[in-house]
Design a protein around this ligand. Structure first.
Ligand SMILES: NC(=O)c1ccc[n+]([C@@H]2O[C@H](COP(=O)([O-])OP(=O)(O)OC[C@H]3O[C@@H](n4cnc5c(N)ncnc54)[C@H](O)[C@@H]3O)[C@@H](O)[C@H]2O)c1
Ligand SMILES: *[C@@H]1O[C@H](CO)[C@@H](O)[C@H](O)[C@H]1NC(C)=O
Length: 424
């Protein structure tokens, strides 16, 4: 998952080239002011600048907000109302076109809860995969609104239309290494976006209970294993980790002042069908199949957690969440509200070399491997979850081992890309 990508990535860091190259432009402009060809060129330049501006990924700038207003489908209010119908909980799932969001939304719908999704479909990884997950959910009767969590007026309207009992907040800028390329996308989604969502929840009547995804990356340079919830989390090794840690502190504030019931879940390297292409198990599979060399970082190990186990943990957190205690009018709380944090891991770290040998066996292809020292680019060497607290308080019990989980992933991967080839 997020922390994995960098560790195992075969991609070298891509540093955007500096804009300093354009510094001689103003002088040229003065010398040949009204030359017709030059005017044409400046128009062309302006055109490209505007084009770049409007095409930049929504997660990277407030452009996401503007876009969501235009891309809302015509009957979105009716569709949202219908999607929210159900016998049990009524849940807003943010990041519903994402890997974990799709699985959680599906599981909720299948057991009879009302579910509405929200996602900005940003292009951090192939949007085709997000669209395919969206169709999958549509067939189950789950509607995903295309919008950004920073769009306060959209959220206010949505909470007016549907009285959500719960919010499952999974929208985020994930990935560790990408933070060196696009730091602002992490601030936009994981900090600004989270505050925007909490504001909407605080103002909603009734106030929903919130469950959201933090990350095992908050343990950062912590060297005590296994990682327990009480261990220190003040030494993040990446901006991604820092924004997740900030989220935990922001959650504390909204719980303390406004009485929002909030549960944070620290996921440990989640993998499985419909997974994330930026994660090692996913791009290793792709590269092994096309004979491309893969880079393995020496000593790296991960507590890989199968998606179905994580989904069960998410549902257990929703089911055990107490009600928020604030009032939407004055914002004052009637009493202390619930604030929880749990590790959701598998409790058995696996060396990355072992991950690769399982994939080789499943794919029946030998990988071309290169073993390297881990670069210091935001990733941690090792993760290992202590899940006793989640086990005790919400009945969390991971059961799927890496061989079994990867077999299911590979089966999905092969059939997904085979059917894509047929339709393209
Ligand atoms: N997969 C893992 O191993 C892992 C590990 C630790 C934490 N997490 C966290 O779990 C959550 C889900 O992760 P995932 O693996 O499904 O990632 P994902 O990238 O597949 O899903 C996140 C979704 O959120 C959407 N999104 C991003 N910014 C948004 C915004 N501003 N407004 C609306 N939508 C937005 C994206 O389009 C994407 O579809 C994230 O919060 C992630 O940080 C995941
Ligand atoms: C695991 O966490 C629990 C509390 O959640 C703690 O009591 C226990 O000591 C931890 N175990 C280890 C081995 O760190």
């Amino acid at each position: 998952m997020s922390q994995l990508k960098p560790i195992l990535s075969h991609l070298d860091p891509i540093i955007p080239s500096s804009t300093g190259k354009f510094k001689s432009a103003p002088y040229a402009f003065h010398r040949v002011r009204f030359h017709p060809r030059l005017t044409l060129w400046s128009f062309l330049l302006l055109f490209f600048v505007l084009l770049l501006f409007f095409c930049s990924p929504p997660a990277a700038s407030p452009a996401g907000k503007r876009r969501s207003l235009h891309t809302l489908s015509p009957n979105w209010e009716i569709k949202a109302r219908n999607s929210a119908k159900g016998g049990g909980l009524t849940v807003l799932v943010t990041g519903a076109a994402g890997f974990v969001g799709t699985h959680v939304a599906m599981a909720l719908k299948k057991r009879g809860d009302g579910v509405v999704g929200l996602d900005n479909f940003n292009s951090y990884y192939e949007t085709g995969l997000k669209k395919a997950r969206k169709s999958l959910l549509e067939r189950q009767g789950v509607f995903i609104i295309e919008g950004d969590i920073n769009d306060g007026s959209l959220l206010a309207k949505l909470f007016e239309i549907v009285h959500f009992s719960h919010v499952m907040h999974l929208a985020a800028q994930a990935g560790v290494r990408y933070a060196m390329q696009n730091p602002n996308s992490y601030i936009h989604s994981n900090i600004k976006g989270f505050v925007s969502l909490l504001e909407a929840c605080k103002n909603a009547n009734p106030q929903p209970s919130i469950v959201w995804a933090s990350s095992s990356s908050v343990y950062g340079l912590n060297s005590k294993v296994p990682f327990s919830e009480k261990d220190r989390t003040d030494q993040p090794a990446s901006l991604y980790a820092a924004t997740k840690k900030a989220g935990e502190e922001i959650a504390h504030t909204y719980n303390h002042i406004y009485g929002l019931s909030i549960t944070g879940l620290r996921f440990f390297t989640v993998y499985g069908p419909w997974g994330r292409p930026d994660m090692a198990y996913y791009f290793f599979t792709k590269d092994i199949l096309r004979g491309k060399e893969i880079k393995i970082f020496q000593g790296a190990a991960r507590d890989f957690t199968y998606i179905d186990d994580v989904v069960k943990g998410c549902l257990a957190a929703l089911d055990t969440a107490k009600k928020s205690t604030g009032s939407s009018s004055g914002g004052a709380k009637r009493g202390a509200a619930q604030l929880r944090i749990y590790n959701l891991g598998n409790t058995s770290p696996v060396p990355v070399g072992k991950l690769v040998s399982i994939l080789e066996k499943l794919l029946e292809v030998k990988a071309r491997k290169k073993v390297l020292q881990m670069p210091r680019n935001g990733d941690v060497l090792f993760t290992h979850a202590n899940v006793s607290l989640a086990r005790k308080e919400i009945g969390y019990n991971p059961t799927v081992d890496l061989e079994t989980g990867l077999a299911r992933f590979v089966k999905w991967y092969v059939s997904y890309y085979a059917s894509k080839k047929k339709t393209v």
